[in-house]
Design a protein around this ligand. Structure first.
Ligand SMILES: Nc1ncnc2c1ncn2[C@@H]1O[C@H](COP(=O)(O)OP(=O)(O)OP(=O)(O)O)[C@@H](O)[C@H]1O
Ligand SMILES: [Mg+2]
Length: 438
């Protein structure tokens, strides 16, 4: 895809997220005693209005629409409609705002009409987004020349542009984060927390509650709540920079907690030293594979058991590792450095397991691997679960992680915003649009 279309698609995704937030708020307001939160609605309406007027409309109309209109008449009607919708945004938003203020003033009078107006507006936004992607983009790809694209792409890529360069990006990110903070707990980023406790019969091994953590003045974790039960495979998915690694580092103790609590097997470990946590049975396989390249696969595995003195069981465990990861058995005499990336990742996991941890923390095991190897890694993780290991898996690869997880959490800008069975999140519309690109 061309850079310009990618940028528009990304914008569409943020807008779509806002429609999801609005939809949730709509449902929320439908219940008695839920007067709309005027401040929150204002923030959202401001975002939409400012974005469409200052960023989205000028970008599309000045560059993309103009070029398409010059090359073909096929898009005339569609583009005329898009333009009317862009131009109508200030009035539409002002109308919703006035209605919302009236509802807040005379609650519950006018609430039903306001909800209807909001639903209509959401439907219009979604239609607009979908039609651009399904009809306008293909038309543009068909009709525009390389020269057209060069011009469009370079305009879109201009980071110094006052209306849609870096500055605007920062501003809208800040606006979005205010919306997220203002939204009621179950609506963080439009994602409704479905509190579905996991199989009650497994005891809770790890419980992180309302954890916060800082890098200097930056608050990287802003309230994370996660539970991992014995024998479960629990996944945490989230975008780049959401705080996944920071959370794992906080659990293993190399990153300080500034608030909240971590308990492990019923014991408060929030301020315990990392080495003590390792002794309790928490083992983290860090991001990027770290095996001892010159040593053989077998020696790497032995090293994983260095804290243990029971020689016979070490041999037994090696056999278990070979059963779980057959490829390691085939290569047990080879230098670890000669293994493929995926195989090294398996070795890193197996080595961690040799310490007989009670909880294995995996940080993006599929990162940087080719698709086929990614599949291999996920198969290996499934096999861990089948062998009764308790695993907390952090992944950007949401699709696969959710597909294999018993239970999963979504983290956004340092906060857990949604949870549920992996299979449920996989079909959850909000997760689909935000993380799975569907
Ligand atoms: N050493 C550091 N100093 C300052 N800020 C940091 C540091 N490490 C991470 N951060 C910030 O903390 C936030 C969370 O980062 P973290 O690495 O935990 O995210 P992540 O979800 O693991 O992302 P990725 O998918 O890129 O691995 C980010 O905004 C990041 O910029
Ligand atoms: Mg990370």
């Amino acid at each position: 895809m061309t850079q310009a279309l990618e940028i528009i698609s990304t914008e569409h995704r943020s807008m779509w997220q806002l429609t999801v937030v609005l939809e949730e708020l709509c449902k929320h307001c439908a219940e008695p005693e839920h007067k709309p939160d005027a401040e929150l609605f204002d923030l959202i309406l401001d975002y939409i209005e400012q974005y469409v007027e200052r960023v989205h409309e000028p970008k599309e109309e000045t560059y993309l629409y103009r070029a398409v209109l010059e090359r073909s008449s096929e898009g005339n009607d569609m583009i005329a409609q898009f333009k009317r919708e862009h131009a109508g945004t200030p009035d539409a938003v002002a109308g919703l705002r006035a209605q919302m203020q009236a509802v807040v003033r005379d609650y519950p009078a006018g609430a039903a009409e306001f909800r209807q107006a909001l639903e209509d507006y959401i439907a219009m936004m979604r239609r607009h987004i979908m039609k651009e992607e399904s009809d306008l983009f293909p038309l543009a790809r068909r009709t525009l020349t390389d020269v057209d694209w060069d011009e469009i792409n370079s305009a879109f890529a201009d980071s110094a542009d006052p209306s849609f360069g870096e500055q605007a990006l920062v501003e809208f990110r800040a606006r979005m984060s205010r919306i997220v903070n203002q939204a009621p707990a179950p609506v963080g980023f439009g994602l409704v927390a479905e509190k579905k406790p996991a199989a009650e019969d497994h005891p809770v091994l790890l419980a992180v509650s309302n954890l916060t953590s800082h890098y200097g003045r930056i608050e990287a974790l802003r309230g994370v709540t996660v539970q991992v039960r014995q024998g479960q495979l629990v996944a945490l998915v989230g975008a780049n920079g959401a705080g996944k690694t920071t959370l794992l580092r906080a659990i293993s103790g190399v990153q300080k907690a500034s608030g909240g609590e971590i308990s492990f097997a019923g014991q408060d470990i929030t301020h315990m030293r990392p080495d003590q946590r390792v002794r309790l049975g928490i083992c983290q396989v860090p991001e990027g594979r770290q095996v001892f390249g010159p040593l053989t696969v077998e020696d790497n595995l032995r090293l994983g058991a260095y804290t243990r003195s029971d020689k016979e069981t070490i041999q037994e465990d090696m056999e278990q590792m070979y059963a779980m990861f057959p490829i390691l058995k085939q290569k047990f005499r080879q230098a670890a450095g000669t293994l493929s990336g995926g195989q090294q990742q398996m070795l890193a996991m197996a080595r961690a397991l040799m310490g007989r941890p009670k909880l294995l923390l995996l940080d993006e095991p599929s990162m940087g691997l080719a698709p086929l190897l990614i599949q291999e890694i996920f198969n290996a993780i499934i096999s861990l679960r089948e062998h009764g290991k308790t695993v907390f898996l952090v992944e950007q690869n949401a699709q696969q992680a959710l597909a294999i997880a018993d239970y999963a959490y979504v983290i956004e800008t340092g906060q857990t915003v949604l949870e549920g069975a992996g299979s449920e999140l996989l079909v959850n519309e909000q997760v689909k649009s935000a993380y799975l690109g569907i």
